[in-house]
Design a protein. Structure first.
Length: 458
C-alpha cells in the first residue's frame, strides 16, 4: 500500500464511536426511569455500593441498544471502552475497575427481574409521552403473536421438572403453529412449525409501528383469548389513547388466529374499534350460502366470505348486492338492488319489488351484524376498504422482525419465564425510548430505527 505522508485532521473511528454513543444518549435522556432507579437504590439500602445502581442500569440499557447477546459481551465492551463507561456514568478515575464483575452484574439483573412489575411502569410512561406527541397514536392497530424459543432444554419427565438444573427451562412448554394455503395449481399445502419456549402476544400501532401492549405466555397458549385483554389493558393504562377510539376510524387488524365472535363483538361493542380480522373456513363441505332472513320469503343469501346476494324469483340467477355502506346507529350493513344501482337487466325485478316497499333507489336491505359476528363486521369484508385496512397487519410482522434481528431474540441465551419477561420489557422500553428521543430531536422519520445514526445539528 502506498504511504500517505500527510496527517489526518480527524479519526474516522472516533467519529463513528461518537455517533454510536449518541444513540445511547438519546435513549437514556428519554427514559422516565428516575422512580424505578430510586426504588432499586432503596432496595439495596445500606448494602455494599462498589458498583452503583445508576451506571449499572444505564449499562444494562446500553447492552440492548448496542445489541449485545449476553451480559458477558456487554461487560467486555465496558472494560475496553472508556467512552461507553463515561456515558453510563461509571467513575472515570477507576478505569476498568469501575465495571461490575459478572457476579455483581448477575445480582443486579436478579434485582431487576424480581421487580419487573415496577419496570413495566417505564413502558407505560413512555407510551403516555408518545401519545402527547403523536395525536393519532393507537387509532390504527394490529395484533399478532410471536414464537420465542427458550435457550433451555425441554424437561422430558415431569418428575425432573422440580429438579434444579440450570440447563433446563422448567417454565416453558411446546407450541405449534400450522400454516395452510393453496398453490398456483390449486393443490393445498400445509406447514407445521413447533418450538419449545414462549409466545409474545403483541398489539402495535400499525402507522408508527410502536408497541402498545404485550404479554408473554408459555408457547402452548392460544392467540385468540389474548387479544381483548391487551386492548382492555391499553384502555385502563392509557385513557388518552382509548379516548381516540370514540371517534370513527379506530381499527384492529389481525390474522385468522384471532377469528372469533367474542373478539369481533368485544372490539366493536365495548371499545368502538372496527375488527379487521381474517376468518377461518368453518362451514360444512357443500354449504355454499345461508339465508339472510330465515323467517321471510325474500331470496337474499350470503356466503362465508361475507358476500350478500339476491336470487331472481323468475330465473334463479344469483347476483352480488350493491354495498351501500355501514349504518352505525342500526349496527347493520346496507345493500341495494344491483339492477337498480348498476342499471342491470333483471326479469324478476318487479316481482321482487312487490314483496316490500321500494324507494327511488330500488330494493334496499340491511344485514345486521348480529346475523353472524364472525362474518359481518362494520367494514364489509369483500370490499377494497377491508383489504386496505387488513394490509395494516403487516406492521406487527415488521415489529416482530426487529425483535428477532435487532433486539437479538434470534440469538438470545435466556432460560425461564421471569428472565424472558424482563428481557422483553427492557427491549420494548428501548424501542419506545428511541422513538421518543428521535421525535424530540426532530428526527421523527427515524423513530422506527434502533440502529440509524443520530443526525447532529450543526
Amino acid at each position: 500500500m502506498a504511504r500517505i505522508p500527510q496527517r489526518r485532521l480527524f479519526n474516522w473511528r472516533e467519529l463513528d464511536a461518537a455517533s454510536d454513543l449518541d444513540r445511547l444518549r438519546l435513549v437514556l435522556e428519554a427514559l422516565p426511569d428516575e422512580e424505578f432507579v430510586s426504588f432499586l437504590e432503596q432496595r439495596r439500602d445500606r448494602g455494599r455500593d462498589d458498583y452503583p445502581i445508576r451506571p449499572t442500569w444505564n449499562a444494562l440499557i446500553g447492552g440492548i441498544v448496542f445489541q449485545h447477546q449476553n451480559a458477558a459481551s456487554l461487560l467486555r465492551e465496558l472494560w475496553r471502552n472508556a467512552e461507553l463507561r463515561e456515558v453510563c456514568g461509571f467513575d472515570p478515575t477507576k478505569g476498568g475497575a469501575a465495571v461490575p464483575s459478572e457476579d455483581a452484574f448477575g445480582r443486579f439483573l436478579k434485582l431487576v427481574i424480581d421487580h419487573r412489575k415496577q419496570l413495566l411502569s417505564i413502558f407505560h410512561r413512555l407510551l403516555d409521552e408518545l401519545a402527547k406527541l403523536l395525536p393519532d397514536l393507537g387509532r390504527k392497530m394490529a395484533g399478532d403473536s410471536k414464537a420465542i424459543p427458550s435457550f433451555g432444554r425441554p424437561v422430558r419427565d415431569e418428575e425432573k421438572r422440580k429438579e434444579q438444573d440450570r440447563r433446563r427451562d422448567t417454565d416453558a412448554d411446546w407450541g405449534k403453529k400450522t400454516y395452510r394455503g393453496t398453490r398456483a395449481d390449486g393443490s393445498a399445502w400445509e406447514k407445521v412449525v413447533s418450538w419449545f419456549g414462549y409466545k409474545l402476544h403483541l398489539v402495535v400501532d400499525s402507522v408508527y409501528e410502536l408497541p402498545l401492549a404485550f404479554h408473554l405466555t408459555k408457547a402452548s397458549v392460544g392467540d385468540s383469548p389474548e387479544l381483548l385483554p391487551r386492548v382492555e389493558e391499553i384502555a385502563e393504562q392509557h385513557p388518552a389513547v382509548a379516548q381516540r377510539w370514540e371517534e370513527p376510524g379506530a381499527e384492529m387488524a389481525a390474522d385468522k388466529g384471532y377469528d372469533s365472535t367474542a373478539n369481533n363483538a368485544g372490539l366493536y361493542d365495548d371499545h368502538n374499534i372496527k375488527p379487521v380480522i381474517d376468518k377461518r373456513t368453518l362451514w360444512k363441505d357443500g354449504e355454499k350460502t345461508r339465508p339472510v332472513f330465515s323467517q321471510r320469503a325474500d331470496s337474499f343469501v350470503y356466503d362465508e366470505v361475507g358476500r350478500v346476494y339476491c336470487v331472481c324469483p323468475l330465473t334463479g340467477e344469483q347476483r352480488d348486492m350493491f354495498f351501500a355502506g355501514f349504518e352505525h346507529d342500526r349496527a347493520a350493513l346496507k345493500y341495494r338492488c344491483p339492477a337498480a344501482a348498476c342499471g342491470l337487466e333483471c326479469r324478476g325485478r318487479k316481482d321482487c319489488e312487490r314483496q316490500a316497499a321500494v324507494g327511488p333507489f330500488g330494493r334496499v336491505i340491511r344485514v345486521p351484524l348480529e346475523l353472524d359476528r364472525r362474518i359481518f363486521t362494520p367494514i364489509a369484508r369483500p370490499t377494497p376498504k377491508w383489504d386496505k385496512a387488513y394490509d395494516h397487519r403487516t406492521a406487527v410482522e415488521r415489529v416482530n422482525s426487529r425483535i428477532d434481528q435487532v433486539l437479538q431474540f434470534e440469538r438470545h441465551t435466556i432460560r425461564g419465564q421471569a428472565k424472558m419477561e424482563t428481557r422483553i420489557t427492557l427491549a420494548l422500553i428501548v424501542v419506545l425510548a428511541m422513538a421518543l428521543g428521535r421525535i424530540r430531536a426532530n428526527q421523527a422519520d427515524l423513530m422506527r430505527s434502533l440502529t440509524a445514526a443520530v443526525r447532529r445539528v450543526a
